[in-house]
Design a protein around this ligand. Structure first.
Ligand SMILES: Cc1cc2nc3c(=O)[nH]c(=O)nc-3n(C[C@H](O)[C@H](O)[C@H](O)COP(=O)(O)OP(=O)(O)OC[C@H]3O[C@@H](n4cnc5c(N)ncnc54)[C@H](O)[C@@H]3O)c2cc1C
Length: 215
């Protein structure tokens, strides 16, 4: 849980660059401030959501690094746009890894976005009798009910949960639909993943796919 962080806008304020104590230094899609040739990136810069395009408070090192790469490329004249913060993160408590990308169910409800949820629980190795198997690795995927695109996902499991969140983050950014993920081809290995017929993201998408069929 991250609470109480505020953007450090002291330097920008002193330089007369428009900024807000809550949202940070004003930047456009190119990470440029309203002052030509002055860029801002990271926790100090204002953010908007990849999904709603509305201002948001997602402040992560991964977002900061991404914005830094965008800002540096734009300084070199490469004209690359920020598409907004997806909000992908992972963490580990004891032996349990967990993470999420995009919207939660709560965020969907707050924004009035109707969604279909797909989920799957299963071992992260196959067969599950292998040593160090995380028996109940869980994936939840949320799809926009209107256009079937993935807008969020959560993973809880062993160490592979972190990279599974990155699959979900990539899918959100590529605006993949439920069938793209259900009929996706993946790599599996007994020591590294769930079985080919029980790969978590694919099966969670399958759960949602059949819920869409019943609408
Ligand atoms: C406990 C904790 C755990 C976290 N874990 C994660 C995680 O697991 N994953 C993740 O993605 N994010 C995590 N974060 C968030 C992440 O640390 C921040 O989003 C990230 O560091 C932001 O990077 P930044 O470069 O924008 O700012 P910072 O890392 O804060 O760097 C800004 C730098 O600018 C310097 N500075 C400020 N003013 C001036 C000035 N006037 N002149 C010169 N230098 C100046 C500061 O001293 C600082 O070194 C965590 C944050 C905390 C607090």
């Amino acid at each position: 849980m991250g609470v109480g962080a505020a953007p450090n806008i002291k330097l920008a304020k002193k330089a007369g660059i428009p900024c807000d104590p809550r949202t940070g230094i004003e930047v456009d899609e190119y990470m440029q401030t309203p002052v030509k040739d002055v860029y801002a990136a990271g926790d100090c810069a204002s953010k908007f959501s990849f999904i709603t395009k509305k201002p948001c408070g997602i402040r992560l090192a991964s977002v900061a690094a991404h914005e830094g790469i965008l800002a540096a490329n734009n300084m070199l004249g490469h004209d690359v746009k920020n598409k907004g913060a997806v909000g992908a993160f992972s963490t580990k408590i004891g032996d349990v890894a967990m993470g999420a990308a995009g919207f939660t169910q709560h965020a969907c409800e707050k924004e009035g976005i109707e969604y279909i949820k797909g989920e799957f629980v299963g071992p992260d190795k196959h067969p599950a009798t292998l040593p160090n198997t995380f028996m109940n690795m869980k994936v939840i995927l949320l799809f926009n009910k209107q256009d079937k695109t993935i807008i969020g996902g959560h993973v809880l499991g062993g160490d592979t949960a972190a990279e599974m969140v990155n699959i979900i983050s990539t899918a959100i950014q590529a605006k993949l639909k439920v069938e793209d993920l259900y009929f996706m081809q993946v790599a599996t290995h007994p020591l590294l993943t769930g079985s080919p017929i029980a790969y978590h993201v694919v099966r969670a998408a399958g759960d949602a796919f059949f819920k869409f069929k019943k609408l």
